[in-house]
Design a protein around this ligand. Structure first.
Ligand code: EPU
Length: 421
């Protein structure tokens, strides 16, 4: 177990390179199961969740070679197993993405019920109902999702909610089914959905309308692609943008404007100064005076991302007034609020809503990282807090942020990683 010891407050200044998208990589890597030849994936972040999904691919028999830190060659032709065991699947939510491709390849698949960040219930019923509509038979046995299919059929799946995971999983499952047409209505519009579709279409798939409400997939019988570059991580970029708004001036290198509109709009509303240097580089500076309070409600893309909620909460703890944060995706994703309180924040959480009264300053404390985005919010708070902050259980951060302390320290933060005593 590791922890961060953070000395604050420190101003942040400099340039940071944004890594490749975690959630796009976690979608694209399992989709490689469907390919007919090896592929080189570029700009894949070197983070724990990616290492886990690569271990899952290897456990299935794929040949995985890291050609450079962020370039990974995967050969799916050696895959010979259709089962993802407990010790791997339970580590992450995205393990479910392997099920559809395994069904397409083997006519059967067994994946242990997925794990992942714990901030309340995260069911997989949309995935299961969607697959059933496509002709798959599914039972849950001893914690395993046991699935088989004799013949896939064309289907029109109307998702009850714009689920990122269900959209990606069903869309991916449908691409290599020659003669089958799959329509996904109320599809999620997130950039990670679009990137997965762009990867698959690059390999010869026929996915239409990814990024719009209704996705249509016409099945093909062969998929092949030499290499593919994953999009930058909009949540990592957003996290550093919030850091800049709280503590200084950071040039973000690797930002796609259209992926981040709602995050950047809210930062400007809070008083941060945004200057585009060119297409991919954005300078974010803290406001002249204090942060202005905000009203935020998380929602599916293009709404304000739930994955940015904790970071904004950390920022708003020192705003000049009262902010309201409503969680529209995961009503109980507020564990960070209780940890921020230890640092002097004034936050009340009630029925999926947090009331944040800005205080003059935070003070260092021992806090516990409970999930990925909660953890980064505590690091941000530690950077502006007076004195020493210890963030316990930082393995949550390592799941999703590449070289996080090195990146912050290169900007002027004072963060040391150490073994928990
Ligand atoms: N939902 C269901 N049933 C389902 C699927 C989803 O009820 O079968 C509900 C969820 O409980 C939630 C809502 O639908 O209330 C949306 O969930 P969604 O399926 O969109 O989330 P996900 O695919 O499980 C991905 C990201 C999360 C991110 C959410 C929302 C990955 C691997 N994970 O999760 O990322 O918070 O979309 O944008 O892509 C993170 O990176 O820290 C993270 C948690």
């Amino acid at each position: 177990m590791y922890r961060f010891r953070i000395q604050g407050p420190t101003p942040l200044e400099g340039e940071v390179k944004i890594s490749g998208s975690k959630n796009a990589s976690l979608a694209i890597i399992p989709a490689v199961i469907l390919l007919d030849s090896p592929v080189l994936l570029r700009n894949v972040p070197d983070i724990e969740d990616v290492r886990t999904i690569l271990s899952i691919m290897e456990s299935l028999g794929a040949t995985v070679v890291r050609e450079a830190r962020n370039d990974i060659r995967i050969d799916p032709t050696t895959i010979n197993s259709h089962e993802v065991p407990y010790f791997l699947a339970s580590r992450m939510r995205a393990s479910i993405y392997t099920l559809g491709p395994l069904l397409v390849r083997f006519g059967k698949g067994v994946v242990y019920m997925p794990g992942g960040c714990s901030f309340g219930p995260r069911p997989i019923d949309f995935h299961i109902e969607g697959l059933k509509k496509m002709g798959v038979e599914i039972t849950i046995e001893h914690g395993n999702i046991v699935a088989s299919v004799k013949r896939f059929r064309s289907a029109h799946i109307n998702l009850p909610f714009k689920s990122v995971g269900a959209t990606i999983h069903l869309m991916t499952t449908a691409v290599r089914l020659k003669g089958i047409r799959t329509v996904i209505s109320n599809a999620a519009l997130e950039p990670e959905v679009v990137d997965t579709a762009r990867f698959l279409n690059g390999a010869g798939a026929r996915i239409y309308n990814a990024g719009y409400d209704e996705i249509i997939v016409e099945g093909v019988d062969r998929l092949e692609l030499d290499e593919y570059e994953v999009i930058p991580d909009r949540i990592e970029a957003g996290s550093f943008a919030v850091a800049a708004a709280m503590a200084g001036r950071i040039l973000l290198n690797g930002v796609v404007r259209e992926h981040m509109v709602s995050t950047l709009d809210r930062l400007e509303e809070a008083g941060a100064v945004l200057q585009w240097v060119d297409e991919r580089r954005l300078m974010v500076s803290r406001p002249e005076g204090r942060i202005r309070p905000l009203m935020i409600k998380t929602a599916p893309f293009p709404g304000f991302p739930t994955d940015m909620q904790a970071q904004f909460m950390a920022m708003l703890t020192v705003a000049d007034g009262v902010s309201v944060i409503k969680e529209g995706i995961y009503p109980s994703r507020f564990h960070h609020a209780y940890e921020l309180q230890r640092m002097g924040a004034d936050i009340r959480v009630d029925h999926g809503e947090a009331l944040v009264r800005g205080v003059d300053k935070l003070t260092g404390a021992i806090v516990n990282a409970t999930d990925l985005r909660a953890s980064i919010s505590l690091v941000l708070a530690g950077i502006i807090a007076e004195g020493e902050t210890i963030v316990e259980n930082i393995e949550h951060i390592d799941r999703g942020y590449e070289e996080v302390e090195n990146k912050f320290n290169s900007l002027g933060a004072r963060i040391v990683r150490e073994m928990s005593g």
